[in-house]
Design a protein around this ligand. Structure first.
Ligand SMILES: O=C(O)C1=C[C@@H](OP(=O)(O)O)[C@@H](O)[C@H](O)C1
Ligand SMILES: C=C(OP(=O)(O)O)C(=O)O
Length: 410
């Protein structure tokens, strides 16, 4: 196994970080591009493995779409292959084959798709045989498992012969990602209405356009956390916009409570330290990918906080609740379920002289625990796990004065 030892060489002052591009925006733009007649001009596509996998599969179109561990690539390409009447097998890593897809398959089948499960009902791998005829222009989808099913159906809606009306059932999680999908579709000329729980998209053509992907706010969150945990310094994060398509820009509001003042200027955001006001309670329903970052920040800063909206964390790259609980315990902090689906972060009071973080095949576990280096010696297991969303993460650590030393073990 590879281990990476992290330690701080200097103050983070003044350091510029050339953030990676958003994989969520990139993967949507690529699917829309594949559904547009004629050429779009897409720039700043993400270096993330999830996006590079999407690019490779769309370009080479092999009979088996192996998406590895990329959730959006799995869900978006399932809908794409169906609507474009392709015969494909959809598969991925062992963990991907444990991540549910039944809600999307049911939605596609209800409008006429032919899709079969090759192993377990409700999970990849799948065999897609296409959509011989659109049988319905209405579909109901529950909103509390993954918004990616809804985004996948929305992106194919304009090219369906009868268009599509999607009725969202129950609580809707990750709503900001549905909004991102619709706003991006609108940039490619699509008109839609969203009233109450019904989103309607008529049959229409995607218009050729020029689209530049913004930097990744989820990736930016680790630098907010690092500065919040550091004694001093300032950071400039390049390529972020105040009016972002990405819901994870909520990190600005969260970190305002945890000691970071953000100023948008010169095509990015300048982070400076300010007094910690304290974060009492936060609902992560619409920004689930920030939960690990903020849990670790609170644990390090000695901030007791209550988190809700963590339901979807159990079905992501790993069970992120379990993973957080195990790793926080290594420095005497806790993520305790105090009522069903209500969690309290109980911060660390004593910090060991060294902490080794297991990363559970989850990029966000590696990146979220990096700021621990401000308090103790940190060793990250399997550091290449960051490649899923942020391959240059450790290089950027070096760039701002963190030493990263690779250690090989048997
Ligand atoms: O649509 C997207 O780009 C994403 C939606 C979210 O997933 P869920 O909708 O499953 O919560 C998020 O966690 C994921 O990283 C990216
Ligand atoms: C959950 C994530 O991605 P996905 O669901 O697309 O695999 C993530 O990047 O944190």
């Amino acid at each position: 196994m590879t281990l990476l030892r992290l330690s701080q060489k200097s103050d983070f002052n003044p350091s510029r970080i050339p953030l990676p591009s958003s994989k969520s925006e990139s993967n949507r733009a690529l699917v829309i591009d594949a559904l547009t007649e004629g050429e779009n001009s897409l720039s700043n596509l993400a270096e993330a493995r999830d996006t590079q996998t999407m690019i490779r599969l769309l370009k080479s179109s092999p009979p088996v779409f192996d998406v590895l561990d990329a959730g959006t690539t799995m869900r978006f390409l399932t809908a794409f292959a169906t609507v474009t009447n392709q015969k494909k097998v959809m598969t991925g890593t062992a963990r991907m084959c444990e991540r549910p897809i039944g809600i999307l398959v049911d939605a596609l089948r209800s409008i006429g798709a032919e899709i079969h499960y090759l192993n377990s009902e409700g999970y990849p791998p799948l065999a897609i045989h296409g959509l011989p005829e659109q049988k319905s222009d209405k579909v109901k989808i529950r909103g509390d498992v993954s918004s990616q099913y809804i985004s996948a159906m929305l992106m194919i809606a304009p090219v369906l012969p009868q268009g599509l009306e999607i009725e969202l059932e129950g609580k809707v999680g990750s709503r900001t990602y549905i909004e991102m999908t619709l706003e991006l579709m609108a940039q490619f000329g699509i008109e839609y209405t969203w009233e109450d729980n019904k989103i309607k998209v008529a049959h229409q053509a995607y218009q050729r356009t020029t689209f530049a992907v913004e930097s990744d706010w989820s990736g930016a969150s680790y630098w907010f956390s690092l500065l919040a945990c550091a004694d001093s310094g300032a950071l400039f994060l390049e390529g972020l916009k105040e009016n972002s398509l990405q819901g994870d820009s909520a990190i600005v509001d969260i970190m305002e409570f945890l000691g970071i003042k953000s100023t948008f200027e010169n095509g990015g955001v300048l982070l400076k330290k300010q007094a910690v006001k304290g974060l009492k309670k936060w609902d992560f329903s619409h920004c689930p990918d920030l939960a690990q970052t903020v849990a670790v920040t609170c644990a390090i800063l000695g901030q007791d906080a209550v988190f809700t909206g963590l339901e979807s964390l159990k079905i992501k790259e790993t069970d992120r609740i379990y993973a957080l609980q195990q790793e926080l315990a290594k420095f005497n902090a806790e993520l305790k379920e105090i009522e069903p689906e209500v969690y309290q972060v109980i911060p660390s009071v004593t910090m060991p002289s060294k902490v080794q973080i297991h990363t559970y095949d989850d990029h966000r576990m590696a990146m979220a625990f990096m700021p621990l280096l401000t308090k103790t010696e940190v060793v990250i297991e399997d550091p290449d796990v960051v490649n899923k969303s942020y391959p240059s993460f450790w290089k950027h650590c070096e760039l701002i004065g963190i030493s990263t030393e690779k250690l090989e073990t048997a």
